[in-house]
Design a protein around this ligand. Structure first.
Ligand SMILES: Nc1ncnc2c1ncn2[C@@H]1O[C@H](COP(=O)(O)OP(=O)(O)OP(=O)(O)O)[C@@H](O)[C@H]1O
Ligand SMILES: O=c1ccn([C@@H]2O[C@H](COP(=O)(O)O)[C@@H](O)[C@H]2O)c(=O)[nH]1
Length: 235
């Protein structure tokens, strides 16, 4: 695979390193170095970053928050991650621009498709915070949406596991890994590595999803070369 433009869904939880919470400096630096190296190979890279290291909306429900407020807090977490990544990627040597789906102009640029496309074609890594900008969604769905509207050929899910399994491999030691499957199989088997809305949107947009572990250094560049351990979800 030598794509022109890709959308990476980067796990928020991965930014926390071993602590599992917030931002870990060494982890952020290592991820930024990988992203910057991949960008230097000439691929246009958009990133939708998750927020699992700060807050997921469902956690707020246990604290008595209503869903909309809880999701708003979750979206703010993803913008914090986008700002941290923007700085770390620029420090690693690639130009980067954070944009937020929730306008907060004193902190970063608001998301607009044509501006994002301009930044990408000018060689900037574009980091998209705020998911879709709406409650009741996830950053997986946001990633599928942005991949479709930014004309990306691939949605690369950079996460904590090395592919899609028959069940969550963190919980089920008997889970079996797929090298390849279709969007319809992922939906009908209810595989929770991404939510159903994200799989459905990716299927409708004809996007190939590549699921791989971002914990392994150099994996993003390897996946872009069509190498490395990953599961391919294809139409
Ligand atoms: N069938 C499955 N195959 C692979 N992983 C699965 C499966 N079912 C559940 N998972 C879990 O899904 C996780 C990825 O989902 P999720 O998007 O919630 O986390 P993330 O990538 O860390 O993003 P964030 O932290 O930003 O929310 C994996 O780490 C894995 O534990
Ligand atoms: O479009 C969106 C995207 C995200 N949220 C909220 O943010 C958190 C964190 O995102 P993850 O995808 O779980 O990493 C999510 O749980 C939602 O609460 C949102 O409301 N809308």
């Amino acid at each position: 695979m030598r794509p022109k433009r890709v959308l990476v869904k980067l796990s928020g939880e991965a930014l926390a390193g071993a602590s599992g919470n917030g931002l870990d400096g060494a982890t952020l630096t290592a991820l930024a170095a990988d992203i910057s190296a991949a960008a230097r190979e000439g691929v246009e890279i958009g990133i939708v970053v998750g927020g699992g290291n700060f807050f997921r909306g469902v956690q707020g429900l246990n604290k008595g928050l209503d869903r909309t407020s809880a999701d708003s807090i979750g979206m703010l977490g993803t913008v914090m991650n986008a700002l941290a990544l923007e700085h770390a990627i620029e420090t690693a040597g690639a130009p980067a621009r954070a944009m937020s789906a929730v306008p907060m102009p004193s902190l970063c640029e608001s998301y607009a498709r044509k501006r994002a496309l301009d930044h990408l074609s000018n060689g900037k890594v574009v980091i998209l915070g705020g998911g879709t900008g709406n409650p009741y969604f996830t950053t997986d769905t946001g990633a599928a949406l942005r991949a479709a509207e930014l004309d990306c050929s691939h949605l690369l899910k950079a996460t904590q596991v090395d592919g899609v399994y028959t069940a969550d491999p963190k919980k089920d030691p008997d889970a079996v890994r797929f090298d390849r499957l279709t969007h319809v199989e992922a939906i009908t088997r209810d595989l929770k590595v991404m939510d159903t809305a994200a799989f459905a949107l990716a299927r409708d947009a004809g996007l190939t999803i590549v699921v791989f572990s971002i914990a392994e250094p150099g994996m993003l560049a390897a996946v872009l070369r069509g190498e490395g351990r990953a599961t391919y979800v294809t139409p």
